[in-house]
Design a protein around this ligand. Structure first.
Ligand code: HMG
Ligand code: MG
Length: 310
């Protein structure tokens, strides 16, 4: 098994998109800066979606501009990879106008969630990707893909593995460089994860797959470990376990970055992240969004011996 993994930080997008408190651009830039100072190499910085649908993500262009400025003036490493979520051609045009080098497209594996989240069928969402991919090719922009509701849908319940595999292959054929397999409502268990990833690996190389686990039922760490043991080495996490999808009722945030880093470091697997810096960032974010974050390691930190009693 590979002795290092890549963490893709979701806090600024999947995290903040579901928070009641809307953070201004400067606070979001500071959040990004501090994540990068903690060693984060890949950050999803926001989304170019409709502000009527997700008001929290308005201002993504300003966040991008200011973050790019930080890179230009070497206040953060130039090689940090920022991506932005886009649902359609309009979002892609915004991304191009704002000098984005990487975008992420997203589709669902269940029709009801597709309709609720992006107001179209799964088939229509793939049609929308065609002009997005053509523009990406023309402007040399990397494209990542997400598949949502891969393990269950909040409206339809179970989702068949065959459907997920078919859609993953379809998305991969579009030319995305990586597909993130989403447990949107945090319903997956280890059995499901092992079964689905074993099948996915037969049609898409494991190094092109990522795991995107929301931690609604406390299974995310176990699910990540199961996927890692099958050769998956890219995982989406959110500082403190922030957020969730506003159109997935009952779903909580992504698995917490601190919890995932603690687990992998304990196993001797490198993440490139500094746990202490993430732990310092946790209360800063909690103060900004005005409530404590769910991360377990974020709450109690590392082992702190109280001293010998005898
Ligand atoms: P719609 O209302 O069907 O769009 O929404 P429309 O094409 O009919 O356009 C309506 C208006 O929106 C028009 O403006 C468009 O210009 C504008 P008007 O003429 O009325 O002034 N519009 C846009 N504005 C800004 N940016 C755009 C854009 N597109 C159209 N890109 C739409 C369709 C897709 C836009 C909408 O449903 C939407 O924005 N949905 C996004 C929902 C979302 O962001 N959900 C959360 C992210 S997904 C997620 O969290 C899951 C993930 O984490 C993985 C997992 O956990 O499984 C990725
Ligand atoms: Mg998500």
């Amino acid at each position: 098994m590979k002795k290092s993994v890549v963490i893709v930080e979701m806090g600024l997008r999947d995290g903040l998109q579901n928070e009641k408190t809307v953070l201004d651009a400067d606070t979001r830039v500071e959040f990004a800066k501090r994540l990068i100072e903690a060693g984060t190499k890949r950050v999803e910085i926001g989304s170019f979606v409709s502000p009527q649908w997700v008001p929290q993500m308005a201002g993504t262009a300003e966040v991008l501009k200011k973050t790019q400025e930080l890179a230009k003036t070497k206040q953060i490493p130039r090689k940090t990879e920022f991506s932005v979520l886009v649902p359609n051609e309009r979002g892609m045009l915004d991304a191009i106008q704002n000098g984005v080098k990487e975008v992420a497209i997203f589709a669902a594996c269940s029709e009801s969630f597709s309709k609720k989240n992006i107001n179209c069928t799964i088939e229509e969402s793939f049609q929308r990707f065609e002009p997005v991919m053509a523009l990406a090719k023309k402007h040399k922009i990397k494209v990542r893909g997400y598949l949502s509701t891969c393990f269950g849908c909040p409206f339809e319940g179970k989702v068949s593995e065959a459907k997920v595999i078919k859609l993953a292959q379809k998305m991969f054929k579009l030319g995305v460089y990586e597909i993130s397999i989403g447990d949107t409502i945090g319903v997956a268990d280890v059995g499901q994860v092992e079964s689905l990833f074993k099948k996915l690996k037969k049609v898409i190389p494991a190094k092109k797959l990522a795991g995107h686990f929301h931690d609604t039922r406390g299974q995310a760490l176990a699910n990540i470990l199961a996927a890692y043991k099958l050769g998956v080495t890219v995982f989406d996490t959110s500082l403190g376990g922030l957020g969730g999808c506003p159109y997935a009722p009952g779903a909580t945030g992504n698995v917490a970055t601190e919890d995932v880093v603690y687990m992998f470091h304990g196993m001797g697997v490198k993440t490139g992240l500094q746990l202490d810096k993430l732990l310092e960032l946790n209360p800063w974010v909690a103060e900004k969004i005005q409530h404590p974050l769910p991360s377990k390691v974020g709450k109690v930190g590392r082992l702190k011996p109280l001293g010998k009693i005898l």
